[in-house]
Every structure is written in C-alpha cells, then in structure tokens.
Design a protein around this ligand. Sequence first.
Ligand SMILES: [Zn+2]
Length: 235
Amino acid sequence: MPDTIPARQLRIGDAVSFVHRQRTLHGHLLERQGQRRFARVIDTEERIWKVPASALTPTGGPRRTVLLTPFDAERAQWRLGDRVLFDNAGNRMQGKIVKLNPKRAQVRCGNDVWNVPYPMLQPIDAHDRTRAADRLRAVAAMARGCMDRHGLEDWTLAFVESRRRLGDCQFGDRLIRIARHHAIEDSNERIRDTVLHEIAHAIAGPEAGHGPLWKAVAQNVGATPMARAYETDPG
Ligand SMILES: [Zn+2]
C-alpha cells in the first residue's frame, strides 16, 4: 500500500505534487477554492498556483508548519481605503483600495475597478510599508514556538483576512489561523493570548467548545480562560 493519503483527505499544509507542462512541481496545499474543486498550492520556490483539486497528488512528505507567503507579506502592507497610484499602459492611475485579494488589490478609480498586482501599487500617503511584513514574520515565529511547546508540531500556522475574528482553529486541517490585522496592529500580549486561546482549542478538541475542559486547558497553557466577544458576535 502506498504511504500516502487520498487527495480528498488533504489538509491545508500537506505536501503535494502536480504536473505543469510535463514537469512535476512540489509544494504544499495553501487553500481550497470553488467548493473544493480547486486548490491553491505554494511550490518550493514560493510561487502560488491554482490547480484543480483532482490534479493534486499527496506525496506524504513533511507538512509545512508556517504558511506565511510572499503574498501575505505584500498584502499586509495595504489597508482598505488606502489611496494608491499605479501605471496602466503608460497612464498614471489614482484610486482607492476596495478589496484585498491574495495576489491583487481591487482599486476603484472613478467608476472602474482595476485588479492590480501588489508590487505595482505605490502609496499616496507616505507611511511605513515594511513594518507590516516584519511584524507578520515575528508573530509567526512567536506562534510557532508556542505551538511546538504545547505539542502541536504537526499543526500549521497561517494568517487569514478577517475583521470578524482574531483567530480560529480548523480541526480538520490541523490549522491555527491568526487574523492579519490583529497580528499587525495589536499588542504582543493580546496576540499571544489569541495564539494560546487557539492552542487550547486544538488540544481540547472540537467538542469542548468554551466549556469546562477547554477552560482547564486554557488555564494550563496560560490563555485567558474565557470566550471573547469577537467569536460569538458576528458584528
Ligand atoms: Zn475560542
């Protein structure tokens, strides 16, 4: 029996291969799309591919335990509402960011919306654009350390675009995600508490909710043992 798992059971962070122009590329599952019919894969050169899920082969190789992609770092530098400049066939365009997609920002210029790759954007208001990426890397290192210390070596850490939650725990994928804005803007102490809160969920299991078992684990790992408003309040 081959030492691999079926493609439909792949978790985020699992090692996969796929064929592109007769070459086999190796990488890790980054996210699922289109009701799981497509996947985004990050290859060994940090390039991101959209691949039909049926074309992925699980390799059984080591999981990737930090999913901090070049695009996370680029996207982290921008906020909704930022005013930006970009070139379009020699024309200088000016607009406002209305959506942050994985590879491109949507920029509204008058009545039109343009999809602009992040490296093409220039800020109008000067502010520090490198800090956000450094901050994400530091948070990833801190979170990874906490996860390893609490026995979650084969869980993966990723960042997510979410205004509603500070973090979440995806049991099926063995994935802890931290909201990008939280990681970039909040204090170390608050971010660490979020990481430990999610670690407690990972250890206590999906059935525990925020009940007595989870509370005991939370206390044990050093997280504030209470559910926070952001988790139950969809606002
Ligand atoms: Zn929780």
